[in-house]
Design a protein around this ligand. Structure first.
Ligand code: MV4
Length: 456
């Protein structure tokens, strides 16, 4: 089953159960380690870069995700036929499906990620809150699962309106409703329960005090199966639109060395509480007084992991594969030196002038930026047809420099030299945003996009 590479236990072959830029990112890490890769693809993705970069490739179904990238029997069959002994789920698709991780286990295939138990624990938000609170990770004032509406109203009076009702099976902004008074609370509990039952098959809801326009701060952690846990500092993901992140940066302009240390220690306690193995992210909200509160844990590699790699010089995907193969972490917390500043813009095939309407089609001209401190992670090329069936991410432009202002100016330069023709993209939107005075100041929060107007 196993082989050794450079004295480390390593997989013989890794199947990547994903597409797009993240599939390419994982194939690159595998190739550098020396592991052959298996790509799986839908009919729409036959000409995709991950298919040509992998050692071998299998078509697992038609265009729709539900029949291809979410098709468990097809993915497992491809792993068994090809002899892959591990599956990397990337992000999205199968990445947070505990049932899929269990099925992998049953077939003696290593799911590159945490145990199904850790995924279930963190997938249930009310249980996650309880677990965090018991290990001194700060949480917002709130309740457990609401069983009685009158009691919920009494609780809400205690910590004060506004409150937010959340589905325990929700997350990432799905299944949440803000209430400003007892009448709205009663309504929202009922509505939230109905939606939660419909979307997640679990009607349980709880509530928290609602923080108005906090910052979204998340801490990258890496844990091995021997109980070693380290953090790579925080990312600030406050600039988002409808729960889609637009710009991320590391470190956060709002976090001092002192708060960073406390955030990092809280994140490590959180990972230990979940008996966590692999790479993960602890999401916090930060209020105006720099108090932070645990929100959720993302039990997967994240889209924005690259900016943490830039400030830490640690290859997070390589480390993730190492750990999954049973090796201990190759460094300690004190070996990690964070240096400089990194900013990421997610470039999408969307029309910023039409309310970010998806704009699939053929890219007929493509010149990505380059130069010192610039990284572009992408799966596209000149002549590539962006299919309409999946998310519209074209690429992630990441810029590193010693200071935030230098990184920001480098990003402006990179965005200005980037050419993508044939489809509408969000490039013009970012070229404008990166010069916005509020963005330049670093003094913004999750309300940024509500007041931001392009070319104001
Ligand atoms: C909150 C909140 C304010 N107060 N919880 C949205 C995503 C999910 N992870 C948690 N979310 C929020 N939870 C309390 N108690 C505000 C949000 C929120 C938000 C959080 C991060 C980034 C953007 C956001 C946009 C709207 C609401």
């Amino acid at each position: 089953m196993w082989k050794k590479i450079n004295g480390k236990d390593m997989f013989k072959k890794v199947l990547i159960a994903n597409r797009g830029e993240v599939a390419v990112r994982i194939i690159r890490a595998c190739r550098e380690i020396g592991i052959p890769t298996v790509a799986v693809y839908s009919q729409a993705d036959a000409n995709s870069l991950h298919v040509s970069l992998a050692t071998e490739a299998y078509c697992i179904g038609p265009n729709e995700s539900s029949k291809s990238y979410l098709n468990i029997p097809a993915i497992i069959s491809a792993a068994l036929v090809s002899g892959a002994d591990a599956i990397h789920p990337g992000y999205g698709f199968m990445s947070e499906r505990a049932d899929f991780a269990e099925i992998c286990e049953e077939h003696n295939i290593k799911f590159i990620g945490p145990s199904p138990e850790s995924m279930k624990l963190m997938g249930d938000k009310a249980t996650a809150r309880k677990t965090m609170s018991s290990k001194n990770v700060p949480i917002t004032p709130g309740t457990g699962i609401i069983t009685d509406i009158e009691e919920a109203k009494k609780e809400a009076e205690k910590f004060g309106y506004p409150v937010i009702v959340k589905a325990t099976a929700g997350g990432g902004g799905k299944g949440m409703r803000v209430a400003n008074n007892p009448e709205e609370l009663e309504q929202n509990i009922t509505l939230c329960r109905q939606e939660a039952e419909k979307f997640f098959g679990n009607p349980d809801v709880y509530m928290e005090k609602y923080l108005v326009n906090p910052r979204h701060i998340e801490v990258q952690i890496i844990a091995d199966r021997f109980g070693n846990v380290v953090h790579l500092g925080e990312r600030d993901c406050s600039i988002q639109r409808r729960h889609q992140k637009l710009v991320e940066e590391a470190p956060s302009p709002a976090v001092s060395d002192d708060v960073r240390k406390k955030l990092g220690e809280a994140a490590v306690r959180a990972a230990k509480a979940a008996n966590y193995e692999g790479v993960g992210t602890i999401e916090f909200l930060l209020d105006k007084d720099k108090n932070f509160y645990f929100m959720e844990m993302n039990t997967r590699l994240q889209v924005e992991h690259g900016i943490s790699e830039m400030i830490s010089n640690i290859d997070i995907v390589r480390e993730q594969i190492n750990i999954a193969a049973g090796n201990p972490l190759s460094f300690k917390q004190e070996d990690i030196k964070l240096y400089g500043h990194a900013i990421e813009c997610r470039i999408n095939a969307e029309d910023p002038e039409r309310n970010f309407l998806p704009a699939p089609g053929e890219i007929n001209g493509y010149i990505p930026p380059g130069g010192f401190g610039v990284r572009v992670d992408s799966h596209v090329y000149s002549g590539y047809k962006i299919p309409p069936y999946y998310d519209s991410l074209i690429s992630k432009v990441m810029c590193w420099a010693p200071t935030r202002e230098e990184a920001r100016r480098r990003m402006y330069r990179a965005l200005k030299e980037y050419v993508i023709t044939g489809v509408k993209t969000t490039l013009p939107f970012y070229q404008d945003l990166i010069e916005d005075e509020v963005f330049i100041s670093g003094n913004f929060d999750t309300g940024f996009m509500n007041t931001y107007k392009q070319n104001k």
